[in-house]
Design a protein around this ligand. Sequence first.
Ligand code: URA
Length: 433
Amino acid sequence: MVDIIAKKRDGAALTKEEIHTFIKGFTDGEIPDYQASALCMAILFKGMNKEEIAILTDEMEHSGGTIDLSGIKGTVVDKHSTGGVGDKTSLAVGPLVAACGAKCAKMSGRGLGHTGGTLDKLEAIPGFRIGLTEKEFIDQVNRIGLCIIGQTAAVDPADKKLYALRDVTATVESIPLIASSIMSKKLASGSDAILLDVKFGAGAFMKTEERALELAKTMVDIGCLLGRDTRAVLTDMDQPLGLAVGNALEVKEAIHTLNGKGPADFVELCISSGAIMLEQAKIVDNEEDGRKLIKKAIDDRSGLAKLVEMVEAQGGDSSYILHPEKFPLAANIIPIKAKQSGYIARIDPLAIGLASMKLGGGREKMDDIIDYAAGVMLTHKVGDKVSEGEVLAYAHTNKNDVMDALNQIDGAFVISKKEVSIPPVVHNYLSGK
Ligand code: URA
């Protein structure tokens, strides 16, 4: 292992045997954390070529069991977001594509720090079960076209250990390590087609469009090389997605969206991602037809009906989907008001995500308990005109001492005297061809 670390430290490419030695040894507990940390840091500084990244991904994918989805009839599609603030896309897009006839089998993760996770949002629905067996997972997708569960412990154990280590050794932000982490999980989860939503901006891992493009290209290349239809959209995370941040608040926003009343940026992301997934599922021949089908599934409420079906199939109380006002509100709902009139030039997603966490809506450490009712509800987006004293956002919390979070929300807003244009949500699309 010392020779492998030294080789990468000096900038050389690692062989298949060396990468295998590292992943197998680390997963089995034979290679200690301090050596794995050193190698991660060397990879962060010296990078990896395409071949090394593909080998690393393959080794991680096969570090545990893989899910065999061949029992599902039709092309199975999955989507993955690199993570952001207010990203409840899977809750709306999954039901929409399934309502249009696609088979969507999705394994999701939990939130940490300023970013949320789909599993926590789903668990805000009373009774919802994220821990199905592989057979239940496959049967449900065959029956209703949609199932979202937590990743089973047996899938990609190498990533579980390595991601936890990277988190505490400042080695998360390495493109080869992020790409192999995400793609190994996606490939092990067995779907035929994968849409990656690579976010960039202040609330994302990738701060610039250039870095996001590099990450997206790396992941699309790995997926295509390993035989899956892999595509990517590059999307904005320079302000929270939609208006709701926090678990139950985001579930409600996804429900409103499926009822045709979603915020414009979130609706657009759902339509454009859903359209690509329908093309990947071979339901439509082109994106334009996909957009029409997704819009129809919003208009005729078949997407909403599919969400109800999924919630019922996974033991959840679907009356919350039909009557979202049933979700309990936090005891304190505190307005944050504009200090001056003008146009909203910036809503820092990192500050909003961290504030939501401090209000009780997120975790600082993986074993922290979440308050599903807590979070931040924006009332405006970048580009909106506001008057002094107008409410910009509401903090939802069951805590009493939240001054720090309120100041953080206040500080997240920048108001300009000059008119500000509305930023696009989707910036780029890599079709993998
Ligand atoms: N998400 C992952 O699953 N892995 C990373 O390394 C970063 C984001």
